[in-house]
Each structure stands twice: as C-alpha cells, then as structure tokens.
Design a protein around this ligand. Structure first.
Ligand code: NAP
Length: 319
C-alpha cells in the first residue's frame, strides 16, 4: 500500500499530529491533486478543535480547510473543502470546485491570503446589493480578514471605508492602506459609541468580524445616530471574535431599514463562489492584496499550531 504524509486530528483537545496514512484513491468524477500550501486560519483551528460548524464528527480526520494544489496537468488551483481536510501530500477533490490560479502565483501567499480576503469579497459580491460609491464600516478591522476587507472594499469601489478595531498601530497602518477613517474600539464604551456615531452613522454596509457584546454596542451607536432611518443598512456577520451571540431589540429592527445577514461557507452557492473567487485569486496574484505567510513544513504541524501569528501574517504549512 502506498503511504503519504499528513496531519491528522486525533483528538479535539490536541493539535493535529504528523502521521503516515494510506494514499487516497480518486473515485469516478474525482481528481487526485498534490497539495502545495495550506493556511492555518481561525476556521482551520476551530474545525480541528471541534468548535466549528463543519468540524468532523468522526476522528481521526485530516486537518486543513483549504489548499493551493497542483493538478495532474501542472496547473495550480485553490480548493475549499471545509470539514473534509487538506493537510496531506495528496488529496482527492471534485474538479468542478477548483478555483483556477494563474501561473506564477506564489502558493504560500495565496494560501495565507485567500481565506481572509474571500470573507469580504464574498460578502460584498454575493450577499448584499453593494454598489460602487457606497460606504462600508469594517467592524474588527485589525485582524487579517478585517484588514483585507478594507482593501477589498476599496478595490470593489467603496466610496468611503471606515476601519474600526482595537489596535491603534494597525488602524494607523490601515489609513496608509486606504481606510478613509478609523475608530478605535476602547474599553470605555461611551467613548467607543460616540466615535462610531460620529464617523459611521451613515454607512450602507457593515462587515462584522467581531459580533457579541461589541457588536451590540456598535449597532446601538450606528442606528441611534442615523439621520435617515429609511436608508438601507446591511449588517453582515462574518466572524465571531467577540462572541457567537447578540441580543437585539425589536425596536432597533423595525425603526430602521436594517437587515442582518451572515456570509460564510454554506450561505453562498458553490458555483457562485467559484466564479467570484476566480476573480479574487487573480486580484491577489496581481499583487497589492496580501497576507504575509509564516511557513512551516508539514512535519512541524504541532509547532505551527502553537505559533501565534503577528499582525498581518498567517501560518502556512508547505508540503
Ligand atoms: N465567514 C467567512 O467567510 C470568514 C472567512 C475568514 C474569516 N472569518 C472569521 O473572521 C474572524 C477573523 O478572522 P481573521 O482571519 O482576521 O483572524 P485574525 O487574523 O486572527 O484576526 C483576528 C483579530 O480579531 C481582533 N479581535 C479579537 N477580539 C476582538 C474584539 N473583542 N473586538 C475587536 N477586535 C477583536 C484581534 O485584533 P486586535 O487584537 O488587533 O484587536 C485579532 O487580531 C474569525 O472569526 C474568522 O473565523 C470568516
């Protein structure tokens, strides 16, 4: 039996382990690909910890949620297989789900950047009727996905992008990267609410990576300060760094043209995602939108899992 190297989740309480496993075999309609690079994203960690809605029900299971792969004909591709695993030298995929990657693109950079960048790209292109010229608030802009959201919103034609986050240094960097205004989220709730009300009252779309209590505060501040309550506000839940739940008053909903929706794996048709993300891959490969990869070899997967990314970088496992 031919064997390959892989990273296996054997317990939700431990990092994935480097193991030798039987090579997979492609069934009818499937394709075997070589895995080149896998990003270790918050969702990747959450899946391996049993805390994500796509976490495996049976262990051991392959770790990894997405991958840059080389196909049999030599072309590069990007795949998302949430829950099925990608951290092995070879995996079997559905060829229809491969997002083409231009020749010459750096697999490590793409593996680091795609997951953070697609969160806002997918939201603005598929979940809300976003139009060029509209204004966007990124709530939780100092992480990789939030920082990418500032660039993506600008790239897609946003007229005004407001970055809200805790880290002052990162907020200042975001001004250099295109943010039109910033709001620092500080422990003083009244100060945070006043700053959001002053700067973000008239936004059209909120891309929210925080949720939980900070989002309750931000919603109250923005809705309370709106001068035109009939102007549509789409609030898109994308990440949950501040909690998984909010309490929302019915009054806030019915006294504003206010919609709350989510964007993520499961909320968008796979074919639509493939079309949209082909354009995103091309935009990343063209430069200007990148998360810095922090590479580890596959046999150091446990060290990789323990590594805490610095702002602007993402752990990537190279195979
Ligand atoms: N739905 C999707 O399609 C999709 C795709 C990608 C990511 N996501 C989600 O988006 C979230 C962020 O992902 P990421 O890749 O950006 O992770 P990341 O690079 O690790 O950044 C997370 C950032 O969140 C900030 N944060 C944590 N708690 C916060 C709070 N209470 N208030 C404000 N900011 C807070 C921290 O920034 P500071 O320390 O600087 O404050 C941290 O750097 C995760 O929940 C992830 O699962 C969703």
């Amino acid at each position: 039996m031919s064997m390959i190297n892989a990273a296996l989740v054997e317990s939700f309480d431990e990092p994935p382990h480097f193991r030798s496993i039987p090579a997979p075999e492609a069934g009818p309609g499937q394709e075997m690909v070589d895995v080149l690079a896998v990003g270790v994203h918050p969702a990747t960690r959450g899946i391996a910890a049993g805390k994500h809605y796509t976490s495996p029900e049976v262990l051991p299971a392959l770790a990894g949620a997405d991958a840059v792969v080389r196909r049999a004909d030599g072309r590069l591709g990007y795949v998302m297989v949430m829950g099925a695993g990608t951290l092995a030298e070879r995996i079997v995929i559905d060829p229809a789900a491969v997002i083409p990657v231009p020749d010459g693109a750096d697999p490590a950079t793409l593996a680091a950047t795609m997951n953070p960048a697609l969160s806002s790209w997918g939201a603005l292109r598929t979940r809300v009727p976003f139009q060029a010229g509209q204004s966007v608030l990124v709530h939780g802009a100092t992480g990789n996905a939030g920082s990418m959201a500032v660039k993506v919103a600008k790239h897609l034609g946003a007229g005004r992008v407001i970055a809200a986050g805790r880290n002052r240094t990162r907020l200042d960097e975001l001004v250099d990267q295109g943010a039109d205004a910033v709001v620092q989220l500080v422990p003083d709730e009244a100060a945070t609410a006043a700053a959001l009300a002053e700067v973000a009252a008239e936004v059209d779309v909120v891309l929210d990576y925080v949720w939980g209590a900070p989002t309750e505060l931000a919603m109250r501040a923005v809705l309370g300060a709106r001068t035109q309550h009939t102007r549509l506000l789409d609030w898109v839940q994308i990440g949950g760094m501040g909690g998984d739940a909010i309490t929302l008053s019915g009054h806030a909903l019915r006294s504003n043209a206010f919609r709350i929706l989510g964007s993520g794996f499961g909320s968008v048709d796979m074919q639509v995602m493939q079309r949209e993300f082909t354009e995103l891959v091309a935009a990343i490969a063209a430069g200007g939108m990148a998360v810095r990869p922090h590479p580890f070899p596959l046999d150091q997967v446990e060290t990789a899992w323990a590594h805490q990314d610095a702002p602007g970088e993402r752990t990537v496992i190279l195979l």
